[in-house]
Write a protein that binds this ligand. Structure first.
Ligand code: FE
Length: 226
């Protein structure tokens, strides 16, 4: 979906913030009279007026995107963890493998990258906010922040640490830069001790941040103690 690739972003500031400041949304409250929302609305009305798109199609797309959430990604990763053949298909051709779940990539290619003891993967869009939206829903504000977009490639280990993720010195960190044609999804390592869990149980452990690669899934202590 080409319209996803917006390069001017209202959340960008000229000064740097630590990445996690963006989990505080107080300064990002949606203001529909601000410059970018007004431009977007003007553009929408013009496109409809000129007959380039129709209002129903726009509404359908908005509703479709609203229906997307990280639960879809969690279901896919859990399936891969419990089905070796599916995992192979997912790593070989992500776009085709998610079609089995009726998930369209809307023209972009999906590349699934697997975390192993030797390699930790994380994803970013250094240019703007490209993200596997049909699989994870809308990206979090910090993902779109200038701070994350630049620091993820300059000092990925420091960024990971801010998310509470310590990557061992002998584990390589690979940062994947998404774009309009290519979207990435991280397949985290399955936590130890969950080998006989069902896909539904496993899906509960797989969060959005794990699939962006800034955190790792873990078994909650209350569950581990059972
Ligand atoms: Fe982008």
């Amino acid at each position: 979906m080409a319209q996803e690739h917006s390069h001017d972003h209202p959340h960008d500031h000229d000064h740097d913030h630590p990445v996690l400041k963006y989990s505080d949304d107080s300064e990002h409250d949606y203001d529909e009279t601000a410059r970018y929302p007004l431009m977007a609305e003007a553009m929408r009305q013009l496109l409809i007026e000129k007959g380039v798109v129709d209002a129903d199609r726009v509404r359908d797309l908005v509703e479709f995107m609203d229906s997307r959430s990280e639960a879809i990604g969690a279901q896919i990763i859990a399936k891969a963890w419990t089905d070796a053949d599916y995992k192979k298909r997912l790593l070989e051709d992500g776009t085709k493998a998610v079609e089995e779940f009726d998930i369209p990539m809307l023209g972009a290619e999906l590349i699934v990258v697997e975390n192993t003891p030797d390699v930790h993967n994380m994803i970013v869009c250094t240019l703007c906010s490209c993200y596997p939206r049909t699989i994870l829903g809308l990206p979090p504000d910090w993902y779109k922040s200038k701070s994350y977009r630049s620091r993820a490639v300059i000092e990925p280990r420091a960024v990971l640490k801010e998310f509470g993720t310590d990557v061992a010195a002998d584990t390589a960190v690979r940062v994947h830069d998404s774009n309009a044609d290519m979207r990435y999804l991280v397949m985290p390592m399955q936590p130890e001790g969950t080998e006989d869990w069902s896909a539904d149980q496993l899906a509960d452990l797989i969060t959005r941040d794990c699939m962006i690669g800034v955190t790792r899934p873990s078994v909650p202590e209350t569950v581990a103690a059972e």
